[in-house]
Design a protein. Structure first.
Length: 170
């Protein structure tokens, strides 16, 4: 049971969400501009801040639980030769010849171009970028755009929170 809880990223995800909401709560409980605006009835910036935090947490869960583009079976060989796979649409001209794929030395599936085996997940991932320990997931073909969007929203929330903590007190 403990191996499943620790191995699934449950603790990392729980810690991230708790820390995010505790910091948000602290910014509203201490004497900051967010609290002063909330007390005077000006709810635009406090609501916007809370919505950004909520979007950040939702994107975090989406990216961390999303399939990054795992190569699961040798069916990718059929998709690859037919031109169905995403990475073949723009990069490789369509031919009638079968394109040879390499086999992964770890999981023994045929890897499409630009895929790599992740040592942490023990899966091959299409367009493998990296394994992110903060989301406990790989960043690959299917979740790369969402990961960049998550980082952008998280960066805005972080800068705004730091500004409130540093300059938002009198």
């Amino acid at each position: 049971m403990f191996k499943n809880v620790f191995g699934s990223g449950f603790l990392v995800r729980t810690a991230h969400v708790i820390l995010t909401w505790v910091i948000t709560l602290i910014l509203f409980l201490h004497d900051t501009d967010l609290r002063r605006q909330e007390e005077t009835g000006e709810l635009t910036l406090p609501v916007l801040f809370v919505l950004l935090v909520l979007v950040s947490v939702l994107l975090y869960f989406a990216v961390s639980l999303m399939d990054p583009g795992f190569v699961l079976t040798d069916d990718c060989d059929l998709q690859f030769t037919l031109g169905i796979a995403e990475e073949t649409q723009d990069m490789i001209p369509q031919t009638t010849k079968s394109i040879r794929l390499r086999r992964c030395g770890h999981c023994l599936v045929q890897q499409p171009m630009r895929s790599k085996h992740c040592q942490t997940c023990q899966h091959c991932v299409r367009r493998y970028d990296h394994h992110c320990p903060w989301i406990e997931n790989c960043v690959g073909e299917r979740n790369h755009r969402w990961f960049v969007l998550y980082l952008a929203v998280q960066f805005v929330v972080l800068l705004w929170g730091l500004y409130m903590a540093w300059f938002g007190t009198t």
